[in-house]
Ligand binder design. Structure first.
Ligand code: ZN
Length: 425
């Protein structure tokens, strides 16, 4: 059992100005300093703030080693970006590259206060690829992860299905799987039928209408919208993650309202690929979570950018309420808790000790009513936790992960070999 004292505590619900947390794997007790009685190892949290660890609701760890690679390509559309860049790149990934992508991405995520990843993976090497990610993220870095392999007609469908199946049935409090599908436009009816036969009521993790090409492809080839198409194959199960939904229509939004699913929004990635801006009116009654889509690992920044993009979407300088923004964060905890059968997301007795310790001296008065504004505008802008705890274990100390220099050095060597495959030396 350990304790952190003299610390500000905020969990998007309660706020304690000067408090303590006693924890093991779970939080055992929290309170105000005047009630602190503890005989054991104590960390002084003076000048710091405890927040629950963040969840990245949709990402692609495999894209990590792309950084700095120069590919000669001139995309005109989103599909060009996939075909000329990502599908060329991920095809070359084998065990070593997947493992080091995962370690590097995991470390960078911890440095950004992320303790749980929801990953959507693709690689030329399909078999055991999810196990390789799990080895790095869970066994090595002690983080939590929900895995999926993006089944697509460009791969051997049977192999994709098998790879997903491995993790659908396996789970503990650190990892489990969802059934990964790339997108409607890369899956034939025959493939969807096979998937449908396989997944029973397991959730899917899929890109939906990220660019208008995906939506138009479904309408032109199958005479129905993507959501209608997936629903006809009975794929939209409880807890599914539908990423993007930039170009869905009103009917699709109505179908989704009847389902218990999560919409992962990735605003920076949408701007980066120039695919357009979602219609918030169609999404606001759905459970929104936030992801980085592999474009970095800073979910806090992505929350910030999402707020800006929503203002643009609803054409308002005021935007949405703090309660709505907080709901996005809480939705991500709800999903993880359901999937892993744990309780994270609150600094409260019996919740998992998954939290971050951040330097924060408030320049203006901070209280329960305005704590979210301090966090959103003062902390999220440049989130760099001094310590990160997962399941009570200190996995990042003094702003660093153990052996991180060694890991990055090795990653550089692995990437150098990978770059040679693209004729880049
Ligand atoms: Zn994505």
């Amino acid at each position: 059992m350990k304790a952190i004292k003299n610390v500000k505590i905020y969990d998007y619900d309660d706020y304690i100005e000067n408090g303590y947390v006693i924890y093991k794997e779970n939080i055992i007790e929290i309170g105000k300093m005047e009630h602190f009685k503890f005989d054991g190892q104590v960390i002084d949290g003076k000048g710091k703030l405890i927040l629950p660890g963040l969840v990245n609701g949709h990402t692609h760890i495999y894209s990590t080693l792309f950084r700095g690679l120069s590919l000669n390509f001139k995309p005109k559309t989103f599909k060009d970006i996939l075909e000329m860049l990502w599908w060329k790149f991920d095809k070359e990934l084998t065990e070593d590259e997947i493992y080091y992508s995962s370690l590097v991405y995991g470390i960078e995520s911890l440095k950004n206060g992320v303790t749980t990843l929801i990953d959507h993976h693709a690689s030329g090497e399909i078999e055991n690829s999810l196990k390789t990610i799990k080895k790095a993220i869970v066994d090595e870095l002690k983080m939590r992860i929900i895995l999926a392999f993006e089944t697509s007609d460009r791969f051997d469908i049977e192999k994709c299905i098998n790879e997903n199946n491995l993790f659908l049935k396996e789970k503990n409090e650190f990892f489990t799987g969802m059934f990964g599908m790339h997108a409607s436009m890369s899956l034939s009816d025959e493939s969807l039928k096979k998937i449908s036969k396989n997944i029973s009521d397991f959730p899917i993790h899929v890109h939906v209408a990220e660019s208008d090409e995906d939506e138009l492809d479904s309408i032109n080839k199958h005479s129905k919208s993507i959501i209608k198409r997936f629903d006809d194959f009975k794929l939209i199960n409880k807890n599914s993650i539908l990423a993007h939904c930039v170009h869905i229509n009103k009917d699709e939004s109505e179908i989704l309202k009847e389902k218990d699913v999560f919409i992962a929004l990735n605003p920076s990635s949408n701007l980066n690929n120039n695919v357009g801006i979602f219609n918030y009116e169609l999404l606001k009654d759905l459970k929104i979570i936030v992801g980085t889509d592999g474009l970095g690992s800073n979910v806090a920044k992505e929350m910030y950018n999402l707020n800006l993009m929503i203002k643009k979407s609803i054409d308002s300088p005021v935007g949405i309420s703090n309660e709505e923004l907080i709901a996005f964060i809480n939705n991500s905890y709800e999903l993880v808790n359901r999937m892993l059968n744990i309780k994270i997301g609150k600094i409260r007795k019996n919740y998992k000790a998954d939290f971050i310790l951040v330097d924060y001296n408030n320049p203006t008065p901070m209280n329960k009513e305005n704590a979210f504004n301090h966090v959103f505008y003062g902390v999220f802008e440049n989130l760099r936790p001094e310590k990160v705890f997962i399941n009570g274990k200190e996995v990042l100390s003094n702003y660093k992960v153990n052996k991180q220099e060694e890991i990055f050095k090795k990653s550089e060597e692995v990437a150098k070999k990978l770059f040679l495959k693209f004729g880049d030396d």
